[in-house]
Design a protein around this ligand. Structure first.
Ligand SMILES: [Zn+2]
Length: 312
């Protein structure tokens, strides 16, 4: 079973006929039984809906379009979008970006979100503010590990908060929820704790993108993570250890330097297996399709039975 994000014609030219096509809700005009609408969950209409850092600066993450998922305006917009999907006749939806900032957002990855709604949702955040400020000023690898674990906890609370609201609405409408998420363990640090995801989602589609420029692309996320850690004064051997912990990957210095050329496809295979283990039956891998991933496409279809591809 093959699902496609992006250019369906390119996939057909390669001799594959997609079973499922994921299309952004804003581009859908009517019902098509092969289409699954894609909802950009943290969609923000202005900076005031953005995430807020420890210095009270507002920021729109991902593609400069995403705000805090604890913000009632964003929650309301997500529910309205779900109702629109239902009215169009669809009974399944894919949630995209149900999370908080990632390494590609630079220091905002470590310093958000402290908006009033986040503070209401997670009162323990108020104790974290000074710790983050101190860590951004002078950090050791141990400080960063501790901080990341605390952030993972409060961010999972954020994701569970919104996911539980969307889930209740979906259940009322008789709809099935799936989502495109970051690969574990990086997923944890943007709030996508696998246990939480499996509680609410019928399928967990894991983005294993080895070569692209934007948010959720592993080469770009890892490159930015290295830049953050280096800027905080972490030494190279500790950077490698932190990378292993945050991404689940063992990367050589040469590989880190070559991330603009993409992440070696064998790392994608490692993460694909790790995430199958973590997600179980709910798991569907998503590959970024290009000449490198073409080599493993057939093998992935055989191994995982169900596969999605993103075609730019
Ligand atoms: Zn917030």
């Amino acid at each position: 079973m093959l699902g496609v994000f992006g250019d369906v014609l390119k996939v057909r030219k390669l001799g594959y006929e997609p079973d499922v096509i994921y299309i952004g809700l804003d581009k859908i005009r009517g019902f098509d039984d092969r289409v699954v609408p894609l909802l950009w969950v943290p969609w923000a209409v202005g900076l005031r809906e953005g995430v807020v850092d420890v210095y009270d600066r507002y920021y729109l993450f991902a593609f400069g379009n995403s705000g805090c998922i604890a913000n009632p305006s964003i929650v309301r917009r997500a529910i309205e979008a779900l109702e629109r999907v239902y009215e169009l006749g669809y009974r399944r939806v894919m949630l995209d970006a149900i999370r908080l900032p990632s390494p590609i957002d630079g220091l905002f990855f470590l310093s958000t979100c402290f908006c009033r709604y986040s503070l209401e949702l997670c009162p323990r955040l108020s104790h974290l503010r000074n710790k983050i400020r101190a860590t951004l000023h002078r950090a050791s690898a141990v400080d960063i590990i501790e901080l990341l674990e605390e952030l993972a906890y409060v961010r999972a609370v954020h994701v569970e908060y919104l996911l539980s609201i969307i889930y209740d609405k979906a259940r009322e409408l008789g709809m099935e929820l799936t989502a495109a998420v970051f690969p574990y363990p990086l997923s944890k640090y943007v709030g996508q704790e696998p246990k939480v995801l499996k509680r609410y989602l019928r399928k967990v589609h894991v983005m294993l993108y080895h070569m692209c420029p934007g948010a959720a692309c592993l080469n770009a996320e890892i490159k930015q993570l290295v830049e953050i850690l280096t800027a905080l004064g972490i030494k190279y051997d500790e950077v490698q250890e932190l990378l292993r912990r945050v991404t689940g990957l063992e990367l050589s210095m040469g590989e880190v330097k070559g991330l603009d050329r993409g992440l070696d496809i064998r790392h994608v295979e490692v993460l694909a297996e790790l995430n199958r283990h973590v997600c179980g039956d709910a798991y569907v891998p998503i590959l970024w399709l290009d000449s490198d991933s073409m080599d493993i496409l057939e093998e992935f279809v055989k191994r995982y039975h169900r596969l999605d591809v993103f075609v730019a």
